[in-house]
Write a protein that binds this ligand. Structure first.
Ligand code: SF4
Length: 726
């Protein structure tokens, strides 16, 4: 470790993984780091899941990359990756960028980011793509995570902040409904807020095809609705139908705070409960009970409040945007958004998926959550960046569309990829592997040799969570400061240093200085980010590192107030949105007409008779590139398990622990069977954290939501066979 490491001290910081961004007290210096939960941070209040408890193991991991790697024979990916100096590696990256752009144009160089990057890195990377590379080809893996929720929230509420209220508000609700989420397994510390509500007698409604730990809690105190994967939308339309038919609509709220409700309700009118049951498999009685529980908790009916939450299970579909719109319509019918202890929100997955899309990692967005197609937004951001607005590229392709065109005429031919592992995490993973192989140049920035990094021409070792300062925006829209606890190991550079070094080697627009345009100090980047975000939907201009040091985060929007720096007056931030109005053109929430489009891929009796769905386990995270390397997590969750019902197991002669081969129209993968009644007979569940022979996304469908460009991750047709290795 670099200088200063011998002095042992404790730093208040945050977990490197999910969007809860649990507070952590990390003690480092001299010996291996240790950690304990921060009892004061409001999302976890002293709790951590097994991933957080073991996060320090990543820092001194023996597989950590400590030097750049390059191909022994440049351009030949069959030759081994060998250690190289930073100078040599950067020379190769620079030559790849300039050579590719000279031959094929600016857009032939692309950037692919990740939802784990800090706000500063997301901002700097978006600026680097548009100013230094002058390419439109940038997107990030958050497109695979929150894009359907983001599109729907912007459409209905005029703003997309995962939760428009603090997580702790859950404790005040009388009913909580979660569609397609399993926080008991994915973010256990969050359950204390659910449990506080349940201890007061609150009901839980969970919509999930599996009996997850969260669904089991609902079955015990509320109701678990288990639709066939891909049929959440008709279920939600049926709930709206029942709310209207049974007189549960909060008419005053609808009349004064929404636009377009009657048309939205009319579109749901055909979804009678018996039709919903035939389509989804959810009994009529359960559907009606769920609506009654949520309606009774509504403040207008004398309840303390009801909260609806959407998760990836509902959103990672080709109709994901419509499925979130249908949830929003139902929440508005019941009069929930804007009242204390009530509301509708979407639960972000990745640590900074929210900040990534606010600060310009998405193909169609500029910092401040501005549209890249809006002339006023372009002029504002270009002014902050010191460039001509007309020189800024326009919108590029979405994540999967960019990947799908890699190496083709008109597509990206040289890719700079950070904080992502699409060979495991993108749909139709074998096709992704082929597209990456078709690139002229692949540069991966990571701290482990992930499955994707192993395919690269150049691998650049980067710093980790505790080795650099930066801000994150958590599931609540709370901007927090991850403090630097120790120096990165020798040989490692953080991403801001990398972008600065590349900027020095590239031909920047006239008048730009590489050090001023791409500073290496996170606080300097944040200061510019504040100016770029000022006046945008996600306004950070009133947030400073000084405030973040002193407070437990600040909720955006937090505009800068006149005289703030002089007399100390500060905007307090905005923990709760929508109390008086929605940030739409008429101040009302915009109900959407939603119609059901069935799952893109149908089952077929002979060839692909079952429905496959995917998800997470408690001890692993995303593509597993980090958590599969942590000993305790591997002991807890050693291999990829396919969950199948005992009837299905019997039909195929499969016993618990046997290997099963799953095949879809895209590919094949092997899993160990977990025989369980937690899934219904015709559904198979697999986790998506593993590589090798167990890549769940080797199976998944690439059809895209027409609005959000979210792939159809969560439902496709599958065949199952017992696998006999002999
Ligand atoms: Fe980390 Fe999320 Fe677990 Fe909290 S819940 S410890 S943020 S992975």
């Amino acid at each position: 470790r670099a200088a200063g490491a011998a002095q042992r001290s404790t730093t208040r910081t945050h977990c490197p993984y999910c969007s809860l961004q649990c507070g952590i007290l990390l003690t480092a210096g001299g010996r291996p780091a240790t950690l304990e939960p921060d009892p004061d941070f409001p999302t976890n209040r002293g709790g951590l899941c097994s991933k957080g408890w073991t996060a320090h193991e990543l820092l001194d991991h023996p597989e950590r990359l400590l030097t750049p790697l390059v191909r022994a024979v440049p351009g030949d990916r069959t030759s081994p990756l060998v250690p190289a100096s930073w100078e040599e590696a950067l020379d190769r990256v620079t030559a790849a960028i300039t050579g590719t752009q000279a031959r094929h144009g600016r857009d032939a160089v692309g950037v692919f980011g990740g939802g784990g990057l800090t706000n500063e890195k997301a901002y700097a990377l978006g600026k680097f793509a548009r100013v230094a590379l002058r390419t439109s080809a940038i997107d990030y893996n958050g497109r695979f995570c929150m894009s359907s929720a983001a599109a729907a929230m912007n459409r209905v509420f005029g703003v997309d902040r995962g939760l428009p209220f603090p997580l702790a508000d859950l404790a005040a609700a009388d009913a909580i409904m979660i569609t397609g989420g399993n926080p008991a397994a994915t973010m256990p510390p969050a359950m204390q807020h659910f449990d506080a509500a349940r201890a007061r007698g609150a009901s839980l409604v969970v919509v999930d095809p599996r009996r997850t730990p969260t669904a089991a809690a609902a079955a015990a105190q509320g109701v678990h609705l288990a639709p066939v994967p891909g049929t959440d939308l008709p279920l939600l339309l049926g709930m709206l139908h029942v709310a209207v038919r049974d007189g549960f609509v909060d008419r005053e709220y609808v009349d004064t705070r929404t636009t377009g409700f009657d048309a939205a309700a009319a579109a749901a009118a055909q979804w009678w409960p018996d039709r919903v049951e035939r389509t989804t498999g959810v009994p009529e009685g359960d559907l009606r009970r769920a609506v009654r529980l949520m309606a009774a908790a509504s403040p207008t009916r004398g309840g303390a409040g009801a909260i609806m939450l959407s998760g990836r299970g509902a959103e990672q579909h080709a109709n994901g945007t419509d499925t979130v719109l249908a949830q929003a319509n139902l929440a508005l019918a019941l009069g929930l958004p804007g009242s204390p202890g009530s509301g509708f929100g979407t639960v972000t997955g990745q640590g900074n998926g929210q900040g990534g899309r606010e600060h310009g990692l998405k193909a169609d967005q500029l910092p401040g959550y501005r549209s890249i197609s809006d002339p006023a937004a372009r002029a504002h951001v270009a002014g902050v960046w010191g460039v001509d607005p007309d020189a800024l590229p326009g919108p590029g392709r979405s994540a999967y569309e960019m990947i799908d065109a890699l190496g083709s005429a008109g597509g990206v031919r040289a890719l700079l990829l950070l904080a992502s592992n699409p060979v495991v995490s993108a749909p139709d993973a074998e096709r992704v592997r082929r597209r990456l192989a078709a690139l002229d140049h692949l540069v991966v920035v990571d701290f482990f040799l992930s499955e994707t990094a192993a395919l690269a021409d150049v691998v650049l070792p980067t710093a980790q969570w505790a080795e650099e300062a930066g801000t994150m925006t958590n599931v609540e829209g709370r901007v927090i400061l991850r403090r630097r606890a120790l120096a990165p190991p020798d040989g490692v550079r953080d991403d801001l240093e990398l972008l600065n070094a590349l900027a020095h080697r590239l031909d920047l627009p006239a008048g730009l200085d590489a050090d001023a345009a791409f500073p290496t100090e996170p606080e300097a980047v944040f200061t510019e980010l504040r100016r770029a975000s000022a006046g945008g939907r996600a306004d950070y201009s009133g947030i400073t590192y000084e405030r973040l040091e002193a407070e437990q985060g600040v909720f955006w929007p937090c505009p800068s107030l006149e005289g703030q720096d002089d007399d100390g007056e500060q905007h307090p931030g905005t923990p709760r949105l929508f109390a008086d109005a929605f940030p739409t053109h008429d101040g009302r929430a915009q109900c959407a007409v939603v119609r059901y489009t069935p799952r893109a891929e149908r089952t077929s009796a002979g060839e692909f008779p079952y429905v496959l769905t995917t998800g997470r386990t408690m001890a692993q995270y995303q593509s597993g590139a980090q958590t599969r390397r942590v000993r305790q997590l591997v002991m807890t969750d050693p291999d990829a398990r396919a969950e199948l019902h005992p009837d299905l197991a019997r039909r195929h002669g499969v016993a618990d622990g046997d290997l099963v081969r799953l095949t879809t129209r895209r590919g094949t993968a092997l899993f160990r069977a977990r025989v369980t009644k937690d899934v219904v007979t015709g559904t198979v569940f697999v986790p998506f954290h593993w590589g090798g022979m167990s890549v769940a996304n080797a199976l998944t469908d690439t059809r895209l939501d027409p609005v959000s460009r979210m792939p159809e991750f969560k439902a496709c047709a599958v065949r199952l066979e017992r696998h006999d290795p002999h």
